[in-house]
Design a binder for this molecule. Structure first.
Ligand code: FAD
Length: 470
C-alpha cells in the first residue's frame, strides 16, 4: 500500500511556475505532501553554468516561485551542489515516495535526469517525468521517411498538423506542503546577484522576473502589441514583439499557455499565425539541440570547421561588445543588450552578422557574449540562431548573405528613433543622418569612426567563404 505520508518531491528546473506545471500537478494529485526543490548546480559539471544576466533573473524568479508556493501552503527548498547528489539526499532525508519532474533536453541534462531517475528507483522511490516546456517531444515530429526535419517550414507544418496543443493546467489553488525538516539554503547564499559593481539596475527597470510578471507581459502583449505584431515586429523602435523570451526561457510561462492565449485572442488569423510560427522556431531549435547536444560549440555543418576566422583583436572585440564600433545599428543593439539584457530580434541578426562576417570572428565568441549578457540566454535558441546567422546551422541563412547594417537601419528604423534611443551621440543629427553619421556635416561628436570598412570587410568575408569551399 502507498504510504501517503511519504512526500512527493518536485524537482524544479527551468519550469519556475505553479500554473501548467505537469510535474507539480502530478505531485499535488498524488495525495502526498508536496516538497518542491531547486538545486543550483553551477560547477559546470553537467549543464553549462548560467551567465551573469541569467543568474540575476534566476534569483528573482526563485523568490517569486517561493512566494507563490507559500501562498498555497508549500515552499521552495533551495540546495547548492551536484544536482544528482542533492536530490538523492533530499529523497533520503525526507523519506520521499515520489519524485516528479519535467524533462529537459540540453547537453548533460537528459543524462542527469536518467541518472537521478535510476538512483531514485533503486532507492524505492516512484519517479514520474513529464513533457512541460515544449509543445512536442523532440524526435516526435518526423517526415514521411520517419526522419527528423532539417528545414523549419515542413517541420512547423507537421507540428501544426498534429492539432491544437493540450489545454494548459490550472495552478493548484492550495498545496498540502510537506512540513518536515530539511536543509534549505538561503536564496542570498546562492550569490546569484552581481557582487562588486551592481550592473543590474537597467535589468530591474526593464523586467519583472517571475510568473506574475510573465502573465502581465502576456496580457499586455495580447492587448496592445499583437494586433501590430505581423506588420511591425521587425521594427526595433515599435516594440511590437512580446518580450516573453526570458519568461519562456525560465519556464515562468509554458508554451501551451502562450499558444492558447494567443490563439484565442481577437487578432486576425494571419497575425496569430505569424506569432505562433516564431514559437515554432523555439520547438525547431530544441529538436536540433536534441540531435546536436554540442550545438553551442560544434558546427552543424562540419565543413565550417575549416572556415578561416580572423585573429581576434581584443580592442575590436570589446568595441563590438560595448557598442563602440562606429556602426550605429550595431552599437544601438549592443548597448540595448548591455543595459537591459535583451535585444530586438532583427538587431540580433545584424550584430551577429557584423561579428561573424565584417569582423570575421568565430560565431562562438558572439554566442558566449550573448550567453553571459542576455536574460533570455537559451541553450537551444542562442546556439541555433548564432549558427543560423553564420550559415553553419540547420536551415541557416547562407553565409554569403551579409547584412548591411546601414541599409538595415534605413529600412527598419527609417527615422533613426531606435538609434537615437540607444546611441545618445546621434541624437542631435537629423533623423536620416543618424544611419551614416560619418557623412553628416561635422559628424557626431564623441561617436567613434567605424572600426571596419563595411564594403571591404564584406568582400574579405566572401573570399574567406570561397577559400573554405575550395
Ligand atoms: P517574439 O517575436 O514575441 O516571439 C515569441 C517567442 O518565440 C520568443 O519569446 C521566443 O521564445 C520565440 N522566438 C522568437 N523568435 C525566435 C527565433 N528566431 N528562434 C527561436 N525562437 C524564437 N531567443 C531566445 O529565446 N534566447 C536566445 O538566447 C536567443 N538568442 C538569439 C541569438 C541570435 C544571434 C539571434 C539572431 C536570435 C536569438 N534568439 C534567441 C531569437 C529571438 O531573437 C528572440 O527569441 C526574440 O528576439 C525574443 O523576443 P520576443 O520574446 O519579443 O519575441
Amino acid at each position: 500500500m502507498t504510504d501517503r505520508s511519504a512526500p512527493a518531491v518536485v524537482w524544479v528546473r527551468d519550469d519556475l511556475r505553479v500554473a501548467d506545471n505537469p510535474a507539480l500537478r502530478e505531485a499535488v494529485d498524488s495525495g502526498r505532501p508536496v516538497l518542491p526543490v531547486y538545486v543550483l548546480d553551477d560547477s559546470g559539471g553537467t549543464a553549462r553554468p548560467l551567465g551573469g544576466a541569467s543568474r540575476w533573473w534566476l534569483h528573482h524568479s526563485l523568490a517569486g516561485l517561493d512566494a507563490s508556493l507559500r501562498k498555497r501552503g508549500s515552499r521552495l527548498v533551495l540546495r547548492h551542489g551536484d544536482a544528482g547528489h542533492e536530490i538523492a539526499t533530499v529523497l533520503r532525508q525526507t523519506g520521499a515516495g515520489l519524485l516528479t519532474f519535467n524533462r529537459r533536453v540540453a547537453h548533460g541534462e537528459r543524462e542527469e535526469d536518467d541518472r537521478v531517475r535510476r538512483a531514485a528507483e533503486a532507492a524505492g522511490v516512484v519517479v514520474s517525468d513529464h513533457l512541460g516546456s515544449l509543445l512536442h517531444e523532440p524526435g516526435e515530429v518526423l517526415n514521411g521517411s520517419g526522419e527528423r526535419f532539417a528545414v523549419f517550414t515542413p517541420f512547423f507544418t507537421a507540428l501544426t498538423r498534429r492539432g491544437a496543443p493540450r489545454e494548459p493546467l490550472p495552478a493548484p489553488a492550495s498545496i498540502d506542503g510537506w512540513t518536515g525538516r530539511v536543509h534549505s539554503e538561503d536564496l542570498d547564499a546562492l550569490h546569484l546577484l552581481p557582487e562588486g559593481p551592481d550592473w543590474s539596475s537597467g535589468l530591474a527597470e526593464a523586467w519583472t522576473p517571475g510568473e506574475k510578471g510573465a502573465h502581465r507581459r502576456l496580457e499586455d502583449f495580447v492587448h496592445h502589441r499583437l494586433p501590430r505584431y505581423a506588420a511591425q515586429r521587425d521594427r526595433p523602435a515599435a516594440e511590437a514583439s512580446s518580450r516573453l523570451s526570458p519568461h519562456l526561457r525560465f519556464g515562468e510561462l509554458s508554451p501551451y499557455q502562450v499558444w492558447h492565449r494567443v490563439h484565442a485572442a481577437e487578432a486576425p488569423a494571419e497575425v496569430r499565425t505569424k506569432f505562433l510560427t516564431e514559437l515554432g522556431w523555439r520547438e525547431f531549435d530544441y529538436d536540433l539541440l536534441d540531435t546536436h547536444p554540442d550545438l553551442d560549440t560544434v558546427n552543424v555543418h562540419r565543413d565550417f570547421d575549416a572556415f578561416p576566422w580572423d585573429d581576434v583583436d581584443p580592442r575590436r572585440l570589446e568595441a563590438w561588445q560595448r557598442g563602440r564600433t562606429g556602426i550605429p545599428l550595431v552599437d544601438a543593439g549592443m548597448r540595448q543588450l548591455w543595459t537591459t539584457g535583451w535585444m530586438h530580434n532583427r538587431v540580433r541578426m545584424v550584430v551577429a552578422s557584423f561579428l561573424i562576417k565584417n569582423l570575421r570572428y568565430d560565431w562562438r565568441l558572439g554566442e558566449q557574449w550573448f550567453w553571459d549578457t542576455l536574460v533570455d540566454a537559451d541553450p537551444a535558441n542562442n546556439a541555433a540562431q548564432w549558427q543560423w546567422v553564420a550559415g553553419s546551422g540547420a536551415d541557416a541563412a547562407p553565409f554569403f548573405r551579409v547584412f548591411n547594417p546601414v541599409l538595415q537601419a534605413q529600412k527598419f528604423d527609417p527615422e533613426g528613433e531606435y538609434l537615437a534611443e540607444w546611441v545618445p551621440e546621434l541624437r542631435d543629427l537629423a533623423p536620416k543622418a543618424r544611419h551614416e553619421p560619418w557623412s553628416a556635416q561635422g559628424g557626431a561628436p564623441g561617436y567613434p569612426e567605424p572600426i571596419v570598412d563595411l564594403g571591404a570587410s564584406r568582400k574579405a568575408a566572401l573570399d574567406a567563404y570561397q577559400r573554405m569551399r575550395d
